[in-house]
Design a protein around this ligand. Sequence first.
Ligand code: ADP
Length: 491
Amino acid sequence: MSKPDLILLALEDPAILNLMERALLSGKYETAVAKDTQSLAKILQESVPGLLLIGETFNGHDGLKIARELLERFPTIPILVYASQAKPDLIKGVLRLGLSGFLVPPLRTSDIVDSVETSLKNAHRVGDWLRREVKRTTASLQRRAQISESERSRLESVFLNIHDSVMILDEQNHILLINPAMCRAFGLDEKTVVGKPVLDVVSHPDLRALLTRTDHNDPLQYHEVSFADGRVGNAQLTAIHDVGYALTMQDITYLKEMDRIRSEFVHTVSHDLRSPLTSVIGYTELVERAGPLNDLQRDFLNRIQDSVQQITGLINDLLDIGSIEAGFDTRREFVQLEGILRYTLDILQGQIKAKHLVIRTNIGVSLPALRANPIRLRQVMDNVVGNAIKYSHPNGEIDISIQAEGQQMILKVTDNGPGIPVADQPRIFDKFYRASNVDADVEGSGLGLAIVKTIIESHQGRIWVESVEGKGSSFFIVLPILSEPATVGKK
Ligand code: ADP
């Protein structure tokens, strides 16, 4: 225990020691005397004195050196040094070590008591300040710990109660955390699955497909998960730095249902519109036979026919999407994608020339054939290459590559045209969607890419776009190379 007012005396000269003891006694201070360095160490082990008064030499040792060593162990203890005279070296040493001061003859009782008292007061002040600071820092740490604890429990309650399914995996795909929604969705028991490799406990093929995908460079991957009771989930796998992965899944059953109702509606309306339009075309063709027309009448009739053709084209597109979505597109043959590209480029030659475009192709050698519907692949190629041509500026450049990689065929069409704004990119595959930067005089219905996507997905493929507004766009289409006929039908 520290005795604040116990003064420890470490002085060699008995006369000086005696003088100090008497002076301090008169000042009501308690004293303890260290006879040599061992007894000094022993006293300091048993109690920390309020102040140490040490001679410039003590027990044959340099007093300042002893003071320095003691300060390393007891940094707050005030130390006064007694010296026979105020030599510059002594003063420098006292200042350098940050000691409380020094005493030199002539030694008056009041001087001794004053020095001790001032040193003690200073030491108390420093001690009080230190205690206050420690208390303040501790209180602030406690507050922070309380805040992070309450944040943690808030997060935990969100994690446990949100409707979305969440699972956190480590970098080796072991389950770290799983919430009740995820357990319910896949019939898992939190107690038994935490700590296990996710592929050992999840058997759903859609989820396994997402978890075993090889393109781990993509920081976000997603996959639709269909359940036996008709529910559909949208599962995403996101890499999390220093943790592993977060697997989340939202229920999108109602979105799928809305999409189905919308498609059915469009399909029915299109179907009902086609017959009257066929009549309109038929009758416009008969008008001329009913009697001679003047030039103006013939011009009007041509315009009517053009417009009706346009509407019929649109309706046919919609019916195409409808029938592919409904799983009616079952035709599969061995098809060479390269041949289809040549055909498309031939057909579009006129537009290419008119805009003075440079087309470069890069076709892999001995590409395998695809099992696909050649008419549908023509539609895909016409649309994607046609868009690159349609949206390119005059004198633009278009690069088309077809390569096989493993069990996949990759078609990439790149142009240096206007590009697509980031906000529009996720929606350009929706029906009737046109990006916000499309010039009003560029014709189009916004249906082409919707058809392309439907066709590609019905061939178990994927399509996506990478684009920078003002710089150009790249459309990627990946189709599986199947040795067996593809199983087609509604997913
Ligand atoms: P559209 O009939 O309008 O061409 P699509 O469905 O083929 O319809 O394309 C949808 C939208 O995607 C287009 O309206 C356009 O905004 C954008 N788009 C498609 N291809 C390109 C391209 N190569 N360059 C720039 N924008 C494109």
